[in-house]
Design a protein around this ligand. Structure first.
Ligand code: PLP
Length: 328
């Protein structure tokens, strides 16, 4: 049963980064989920809730508005449980994700933007309209579905708490719908209100305005394109009460950090994971981290989903490790 394999992902101490930043850096590796991203958690909770409440019957179609990862998770879970899926994706969705969605059997609808339910031609508007006009369909609506937050409150938050033996001091999370940061933050703040919950959004996204009680611009804002994070509106899945601060990070800096990480640590960072690491790198002094702190970086997916977008023609020189021991 797919449910049994969702969550309980590793929390890995990253020695290289810990040394570089003078604190304990722990990486929550969400690409170990069956759909290869953190979105399996929210997708499972939303699908299970709809089925339990008889909102859809077998053979019906789950519908979602997604830049890719939630769509992939919905498609995977729907197929396993005997349902269809139809995913409304924004124009910026990577080719890798589109191909993945199709291979999981999802029907794809490309849309102009993902600027919210109230904006004509957005993924959300068209997904909702489709469900209104077609029987036995269900719009999981990750932006406004409380099960999105609940998934992380019930699973991710407790995992981080247990995996750090209650010693976690900071969590850095990219913010898209807000479900991950809100669920993780709500759980951890209940355990220890002193834990810092820090969000990361691309330059010109609007969450930081909301945090500071500033108005959200009426006209369309254009934020740096970092897949999976950033918004032009504030979704219902974002709970400001459990977030201490939202940092803004540039796309360019995130790209530089992704390449640096590949050279130094030999692995491919997902785009929003690179944004999280870039935020740490850019704000290290201001963050005032202690040697004994336990800083969790939430990595929602893996760089193999962004070869074309992030690593096109970037091939680092192979590094020979100092302590390499040829005898196996
Ligand atoms: C790669 C990636 N990073 C970050 C996020 C943001 O997570 P959340 O929607 O829970 O805020 C998403 C969401 O789709 C994502 O796909």
């Amino acid at each position: 049963m797919i449910k049994d394999f969702i969550g309980n992902t590793p929390l890995r101490r990253e020695d290289y980064l810990s040394k570089k930043y003078g604190t304990n850096i722990l990486i929550k590796e969400e690409f170990y989920n069956p759909g290869k991203s953190s979105k399996d958690r929210a997708a499972w909770f939303m699908v299970e809730d709809a089925i339990k409440r008889n909102k859809i019957v077998e053979g019906g179609t789950f519908v979602e508005a997604s830049s890719g990862n939630t769509g992939i998770s919905i498609a995977l879970i729907a197929k396993e449980l005997g349902y269809r899926s139809k995913i409304f994706v924004s124009a910026s969705c990577s080719d890798e994700k589109i191909k993945l969605l199709k291979s999981y059997g999802a029907e794809i609808e490309r849309c102009d933007n993902s600027n919210g339910l109230h904006v004509f031609n957005s993924t959300q508007y068209l997904a909702q309209a489709f469900c209104t006009n077609n029987p036995n369909t269900y719009f999981t609506n990750q932006y406004y579905n409380s099960n999105n937050i609940k998934a992380h409150y019930i699973t991710t938050g407790p995992e981080i708490w247990q995996q750090t033996n209650a010693a976690v001091t900071h969590v850095l999370v990219g913010v898209g719908t807000g479900g991950s940061i809100s669920g993780i933050g709500r759980y951890l703040k209940e355990r220890n209100p002193g834990i810092k919950i820090w969000g990361v959004e691309p330059k010109n996204s609007v969450y930081h305005l909301f945090m500071d009680n500033n108005p959200i611009p009426e006209e369309e804002v254009r934020f740096d394109a970092i897949e999976g994070i950033g918004r032009t509106f504030i979704p219902g899945a974002f709970d400001k009460q459990v977030v201490d601060h939202i940092f803004q990070i540039g796309k360019d800096k995130s790209e530089v950090i992704a390449h640096q990480y590949l050279e130094e640590c030999g692995d491919l960072l997902g785009f929003s994971s690179a944004a999280v690491l870039a935020t740490l790198d850019e704000n290290l002094e201001r963050m005032n981290l202690k040697e004994t702190d336990q800083v969790v970086l939430f990595f929602p997916d893996h760089g193999s989903r962004y070869i074309n977008k992030l690593y096109q023609d970037f091939y680092p020189q192979p590094q020979v490790k100092e302590n390499y021991n040829a005898s196996i």
